[in-house]
Write a new protein. Structure first.
Length: 140
């Protein structure tokens, strides 16, 4: 297996979750509130065998110390993928910063930003490394 195939295999779960979002988008079409897309995604992902928490309270950390505060995430899949859903015209840097902050304060390794926009479904994928850096992930 070459490096590109290994990379794509490692991050296949991002493509799988985006595929579920596409099913929801095609069935529900644009124009609904985030909560409708959220509920449908939870249902379909659980049918696929994933553990999904909706509006999950995740702890906040200072370095390695768990603080007495939580943040509410739209979806948390298999305990390590935060999915932030939007139903807006365009994704801006503010939404990207929101997801990156969630990854930093919760120490979750993966994040997805999915937008059920009026024009199309759009997703971005991120990985948070142990040193705290966050990188946008793409498949090749």
């Amino acid at each position: 297996m070459n490096l590109i195939q290994e990379h794509n295999k490692k991050y296949k779960f991002f493509a799988d979750i985006t595929g579920v979002a596409m099913k929801v988008y095609n069935k529900y079409r644009p124009g609904l509130l985030e909560s409708a897309y959220e509920a449908a995604m939870q249902y379909l992902l659980e049918l696929d065998g994933h553990k999904v928490e909706r509006q999950a309270d995740l702890p906040i950390y200072w370095d390695d110390v768990k603080l007495d505060q939580h943040y509410r995430m739209d979806l948390v899949i298999d305990d390590d993928i935060i999915v932030e859903l939007k139903a807006i015209q365009f994704i801006s840097d503010d939404q990207r910063k929101q997801l990156k902050n969630y990854l930093n304060i919760t120490h979750c390794p993966y994040g997805m930003l999915i937008n059920f926009s009026p024009d199309r479904l759009y997703s971005e994928w991120y990985e948070r490394y142990s040193d705290g850096t966050i990188e946008r992930i793409k498949l090749y």
